[in-house]
Design a binder for this molecule. Structure first.
Ligand code: NAD
Length: 301
């Protein structure tokens, strides 16, 4: 009906050529309207307890990708950011968000892979913030979050749903809702690759005030990263056990779960040294806590 009325007004008072033009334009419009599927207007319901995918996930990841390659680490080489996003999306789009396996990220990880400079690998467990700050300030480390794979998704949320294509912006399984959730499988997979590429002196920062073991059996560091260190490439592991400034001092070198880690390294034939409260890290923790007793700087010459 709309088409017939439009046709009538469009042709009115026009020459034969102009009227034919009218017909073609309107026919084109009709063809487009018939081929385009109707846009779903009903938002998917909240299925999971966790936050949905980060808003503007695609734009953020593509933006981060260009920024990384251009400014953060140009030595990562030439990469196709659009393709990287497509491969990432493919992993979870249209799928049950509890059925994403570690190997599902293989293609994505192959696309973003680059070298990690010798002596710059740093692993952490329950020390995320201080490791990130220390790495940034010293500019001597490249933690997983500073490699392209980690940089693209750090602090973001993502998952899909069987009932929609693209990211599920409404809800995602939280970390412990199911084992094979999109984020957990990603970090396990990326951590495995990251650990296997470590060369030279490797640094590990653990939390000496943790009540849940500094070297926690079910952590990604314990379950994935330690086992994937390559003895032929790693010359030394430097363990730093850092207490919170106000304590408590629960874990130390040679004891408890740290002792267990030392044994694992020894059995793997990897040399290690261990230091409690490595002073440069402690000084960084002290930057805005100068009144704490631990932060007393020794001013003697
Ligand atoms: P961890 O126990 O401190 O956990 C690391 C991160 O995993 C947390 O910051 C959180 O984002 C997530 N996580 C773990 N358990 C969780 C839970 N119960 N609920 C919600 N979120 C949870 O340390 P880890 O498991 O040993 O992992 C750290 C190591 O693995 C690092 O060496 C790093 O290379 C890699 N990693 C990085 C991230 C990241 O978000 N950047 C996440 C996982 C693993």
């Amino acid at each position: 009906m709309f088409f017939l009325i439009s046709l009538h007004f469009c042709r009115k008072g026009k020459s034969r050529n102009d009227a034919t033009m009218c017909d073609l334009v309107l026919l084109g419009l009709v063809a487009i309207s018939l081929t385009k599927p109707p846009v779903a207007t009903v938002a998917p319901k909240k299925e999971w307890g966790g936050h949905g995918s980060s808003i503007n996930l695609k734009e953020i990841m593509i933006g981060r990708c260009f920024d990384y390659l251009e400014n953060v680490n140009p030595s990562a080489g030439v990469k196709d950011c659009a393709k990287i996003w497509e491969e990432f999306l493919k992993v979870f789009s249209g799928k049950d968000p509890c059925s994403i396996k570690e190997q599902d990220y293989n293609n994505f990880l192959r696309l973003v892979e680059h070298d990690i400079p010798v002596n710059q690998s740093i692993f952490w467990s329950q020390t995320r913030e201080i490791t990130s700050k220390f790495s940034e300030i010293t500019a001597s480390f490249m933690p997983l979050e500073s490699t392209l794979s980690g940089y693209l998704v750090n602090d973001l949320n993502w998952c899909g749903s069987r009932s929609i294509k693209g990211p599920n912006f409404v809800s995602c399984p939280s970390w412990n809702d199911c084992e094979n959730n999109a984020a957990r499988s990603f970090w396990r997979s990326a951590s495995k690759l990251y650990a296997s590429k470590a060369q030279g002196v490797v640094t590990v920062m653990l939390n000496g005030s943790s009540t849940a073991n500094a070297f926690r059996d079910t952590s990604i560091f314990a379950e994935i990263e330690v086992g994937n260190l390559d003895k032929a490439k790693v010359t030394l592991v430097r363990l730093w056990i850092i207490d919170n400034l106000m304590g408590p001092d629960i874990e130390s070198c040679g004891r408890g779960s740290v002792g267990k880690l030392e044994l694992i390294l020894m059995e793997k034939g990897i040399k290690y040294i261990c230091e409690d409260n490595y002073r440069p890290v402690q000084i960084l923790l002290c930057v805005n806590k100068v009144d704490f007793p631990t932060c007393n700087l020794d001013l003697a010459p």
